[in-house]
Design a protein around this ligand. Structure first.
Ligand SMILES: [Zn+2]
Length: 262
């Protein structure tokens, strides 16, 4: 968060000020240039904060007149806009299931854009947005719709990618090993697994990772068709498929830390 503080002397609190903070109220600058929340507090200074979601919060001592607060905020409008732009650009990639929130696809953040509609329609990726038709904008409904979209896309993309890498693996290892089935579902802890019968399970959340990291997970499971452990032969096989497997493995680990799964 970015904060802008006025020097304490200009807005000194009186002893009679209330000790408890009042609930925040919503205000806007003349002409509606900016909407912000104001909280009267027993603080000594006027304090302006731009939060990562772009919202603006002002804390003011009880005795400061409303006109002074509006002037204070107006004078810093350029600064506020700059910080909002910074946060928008560095929105990070935290998934956030709300209108204007973020969803990830192949390592790229997409802005979630709700399209209120009564008809059934499919979500679409348009430019840097995911357009999500919805009849109900309740947060749990949006989350369920986003996850359904993610799962259907993950099934499509991951199965195609796995078939391709499976063929590549057979060519590299000159064998006939192949997976017997693929299941894609939401997984909280693992990215994938491979059973002794060759059944591969992949996390639907994989679709959020950049393609080189997805390939790492897929190649890892395909190597388990040949070596059901993480011994030297398994790692040698993985390095034959992906010479930079170690770097990709590290990148997957970092991604997992930076992107808690939802
Ligand atoms: Zn493994």
């Amino acid at each position: 968060m970015f904060e802008f503080l006025l020097p304490p002397r200009q807005h000194r609190k009186r002893r009679s000020s209330p000790r408890k903070a009042s609930p925040p109220e919503e205000l806007s600058l003349p002409g509606g240039a900016l909407v912000f929340s104001l909280q009267r507090d027993h603080c000594r200074t006027l304090r302006l904060t731009v939060k990562p979601d772009g919202s603006v919060k002002v804390k003011a001592p009880a005795r400061v007149a409303l006109d002074d607060i509006l002037r204070f905020v107006s004078a810093r409008l350029d600064w506020i806009r700059k910080k909002q732009a910074f946060f928008l650009e560095h929105r990070g990639s935290a998934v956030n299931y709300r209108d204007g929130g973020t969803v990830l696809f192949l390592g790229r953040p997409f802005l979630l854009s709700l399209l209120p509609t009564k008809r059934r329609a499919q979500p679409r990726l348009v430019g840097n947005r995911l357009e999500l038709p919805c009849r109900d904008d309740a947060p749990e409904h949006i989350e369920a719709a986003c996850k359904a979209w993610r799962l259907s896309l993950a099934k499509l993309v991951l199965s195609r990618r796995l078939i391709r890498l499976d063929a590549e693996a057979r060519a590299i290892f000159q064998d006939r090993a192949s997976f017997s089935s693929l299941t894609v579902r939401s997984l909280k802890r693992r990215w994938g697994s491979c059973s002794v019968r060759g059944e591969i399970t992949l996390a639907a959340q994989l679709i959020e990772l950049p393609l080189p990291l997805i390939d790492y997970v897929l190649c890892h499971e395909l190597c388990h068709l040949r070596h059901m452990n993480h011994g030297p032969a398994f790692h040698a096989a993985l390095l034959r498929m992906l010479p930079d497997a170690r770097e990709r493995e590290k990148a997957v680990r970092i991604w997992s830390l930076e992107h808690p799964r939802a």
